[in-house]
Design a protein around this ligand. Structure first.
Ligand SMILES: [Zn+2]
Length: 336
């Protein structure tokens, strides 16, 4: 009996492994000659890139929440070493490959600015990290953490750190928004994908996508604010104000983008579009929003970062719900 059970179990395990689809993405890599020379030659660089992609692929596969196996496959026949400007390589089309990775470990020209993910028609990672000593190169651990983050962008996830707010840039209540643990928030030494990141990766599946398209596709229709007093009574006819946060600004805008009030039940539902309007560049105009509820001179606050808003859509909800509690004696703030 035990043997039969074990055989059955083994079959179930094998079946569930086979059920995982495999998403393959081809990668073309170009690296500048100065970097190859300073890193010890082509053979050494190829070895380092292979090790780097072992780590990239591991990051996209270790987690059981992924709906598929993701495989970024370097095409070694297309691998090339270039002499010109890295910034010129970034714009080169790569119709036979999903992604281009331009590696520059020795920014030798002032024109060689920037780095990171280039979406839209580029679909390119510009992996730039100066190789000035043995602790700093495109293959050093932090640089590999960085490229994993860039491939997160390649699979449709925006920067979670772009949703943060500095306390001194919040003129409404002086509260910071600290983000959430994720490779897409802070990649260095971090191997954790937030649920939001996993949801986005699963939504992108095996398609070639852009962050803005994926974001605007996965937004719930409405936002619902539920306000109550700390003793549980409904905060009837409370003023509700929504202050937006622009991407990468870390700042709460001083003017509300939308103002409304709760009903007799202490609840208000409004279209998400009133705050997070659609926009080409990022998918939605704002990365976060501070909600202020005011009644009888008392105020309370909550955040609606984009990742939280979108997670409601992933949970199949029509409306993203935010609960806010008002306190009669002291101010009570509630983070989400
Ligand atoms: Zn980023």
């Amino acid at each position: 009996m035990k043997k039969i059970l074990f055989a059955l179990l083994a079959t179930v395990v094998v079946m569930s492994i086979q059920a995982q689809p495999i998403h393959r993405f081809t990668v073309k890599i170009g690296i500048d000659r100065t970097s190859v020379d300073s890193l010890g030659g082509e053979e050494r660089v190829v070895y380092l890139i292979k090790d780097m992609f072992r780590q990239v692929n591991k990051a996209f596969n270790y987690d059981s929440r992924f709906a598929a196996i993701h495989h970024f496959e370097v095409d070694w026949d297309a691998f090339y070493i270039y002499d010109g400007l890295s910034t010129e390589e970034i714009g080169k089309p790569h119709p036979d490959h999903d992604y281009l990775v331009v590696m520059d470990g020795y920014k030798s020209d002032a024109k060689e600015q920037g780095g990171g993910w280039y979406g839209d028609t580029f679909q390119t990672v510009y992996h730039a990290r100066t190789h000035n000593d043995r602790f700093n190169s495109p293959f050093e651990q932090q640089a590999i953490d960085g490229i994993i983050h860039e491939f997160g962008h390649a699979r449709g996830i925006p920067d979670i750190y772009a949703m943060k707010v500095d306390a001194d840039k919040n003129p409404i209540c002086g509260m910071p928004y600290l983000g959430t643990r994720c490779i897409m928030d802070y990649p260095y030494g971090e191997r954790h994908w937030s649920d939001y990141a996993v949801n986005m990766i699963n939504l992108a599946a095996g398609r070639n996508i852009d962050i803005d398209d994926l974001v605007s596709k996965a937004v719930p229709e409405n936002i619902t604010i539920k306000a109550r007093w700390a003793d549980g009574t409904k905060a009837e006819k409370a003023a509700v104000r929504l202050y937006p946060v622009m991407w990468y600004s870390y700042t709460v805008q001083p003017k509300a983008v939308y103002t409304t009030s709760t009903d007799a039940e202490g609840v208000v539902t409004f279209p998400t579009e009133k705050v997070f309007s659609r926009e080409k560049e990022f998918g939605v105009k704002y990365s976060n929003c501070l909600v202020e509820v005011e009644l009888e001179g008392k105020k309370s606050y909550a955040w609606i970062p984009l990742w939280y808003l979108q997670n409601s859509w992933f949970e199949g909800k029509q409306s993203c719900e935010v609960e806010i509690t008002l306190k009669r004696d002291i101010k009570l703030t509630r983070d989400i």
